[in-house]
Design a protein around this ligand. Sequence first.
Ligand code: ZN
Ligand code: ZN
Length: 117
Amino acid sequence: MPRKPPRLCACGHRVASGVRCPCEQKRDRERKARFDKTRPSSSARGYTGTWEKARATYLRRHPLCVVCGARASVVDHITPHKGDQALFWDQGNWQSLCQHHHNSAKQRQERRTVQET
Ligand SMILES: [Zn+2]
Ligand SMILES: [Zn+2]
């Protein structure tokens, strides 16, 4: 069987048939890294730079705690998202809270969860 001739990669490299050009290997790695970053494998991945930006924007528009009117520092999820991305990013499910009321809201949610189960 005759050997297949080397092909010319888009980057200008001549590559043996069936072999990935270094530039393609690099692209593969980058694509995989991007995929790893966007994979929603844990709720912690939701708390990224994107969330920080969205949170800051929301706090600028809703600067006061919805409970006491003090300056809010936390964007709280009204319904706990528990890793649900749709619920996590739904601004209708967000509320601004001061640190104090954020802490008491969390305690209330934990009690409710205990009662439900
Ligand atoms: Zn190449
Ligand atoms: Zn408050």
